[in-house]
Design a protein around this ligand. Structure first.
Ligand code: LER
Ligand code: MN
Length: 268
């Protein structure tokens, strides 16, 4: 397993994005701390200079294991489950527009907050049907590209749609596409899973990506989660992918990023 850190390509409102701002300086720091890769949070690929971005990342010897897409919800309110068909179509188009970039980077595309929240007056099942339809459209658009989508169960305070691994696995069966799997985030799991290790085990080979933050969403080691148990269970499932640090920049971004890799390296 390899380690990466979440970085936004532009100023973001999402506070768990550990480092914002000066992209190249941050990439240099991430490489210097010893991370193998950087997970990029990209609101809109059309606004990103892909060539420059890749040159900076590759010059520092880093890979891009995954692309975060949640800012399109946070800042533009694009959502797979809006009650407005035009918004749903725009959300799908936005995610589909990540595919060429993701293919070039060999990155997974994260489906987190872009699924939205059930609007008032709409049934939960209608939202789930819209969500499944959107995922199938994305999965089909990525056929033959090697790009995979990682759906992230999120805690109840962020969405009403898929909180647990069990709900995530049932949803994968409903979508029925091999290029759609799960992203496990230890912060959300700590809130929603009855037993974190058992839930990791239940995923088998459907884990496409992993986020780590401690119970308080600080860096691993700053709370009370058992990361040794999580890592051992991931290994048991045969997971060979990436573990990405996605935590709050507390007490400050540099301390958090440095402490996180110390803790995670010890366990790997
Ligand atoms: C949001 O809480 C989160 O964990 C992100 O990875 C969602 O895109
Ligand atoms: Mn996450």
């Amino acid at each position: 397993m390899k380690l990466s850190l979440v970085l936004s390509t532009h100023q973001a409102q999402f506070e768990a994005v550990a480092l914002k701002g000066d992209f190249e300086a941050n990439i240099a720091k991430i490489a210097a701390w010893g991370y193998d890769g950087v997970e990029l949070a990209i609101r809109d690929p059309a606004l990103v200079e892909v060539g420059t971005l890749m040159r900076v990342v590759e010059d520092h010897g880093l890979a891009v294991p995954a692309i975060g897409t949640g800012q399109a919800w946070g800042e533009e309110r694009l959502s797979f489950t809006s009650d407005d068909a035009r918004v749903r179509a725009a959300a799908v188009a936005r995610i589909v527009s990540h595919i060429p970039l993701a293919a070039q980077m060999h990155a997974a595309v994260i489906i987190g907050l872009i699924r939205g929240i059930t609007p008032q007056g709409q049934g939960h099942e209608d939202s789930m049907a819209y969500f499944a339809e959107a995922m199938r459209a994305c999965g089909e658009a990525a056929q033959g590209t090697g790009v995979r989508f990682a759906i992230e169960p999120l805690n109840r305070y962020e969405t009403d749609l898929i909180h647990t691994v069990a709900e995530g696995l049932a949803f994968l069966d409903r979508v029925g596409m091999g290029n759609v799997g799960l992203l496990l985030d230890t912060f959300h799991m700590n809130i929603e899973e009855p037993h974190i290790e058992e839930s990791v085990r239940a995923c088998g080979d459907r884990i496409f990506h992993v986020h780590v933050a401690d119970s308080n969403r600080w860096y691993p080691g700053a709370g009370h989660l058992d990361f040794a148990g999580v890592v051992a269970t991931l290994l048991d499932t045969g997971y060979e992918g990436w573990i990405s640090g996605e935590f709050m920049p507390r007490p400050d971004a540099d301390t958090a990023a440095g402490e996180a890799i110390k803790t995670m390296r010890m366990l790997l």
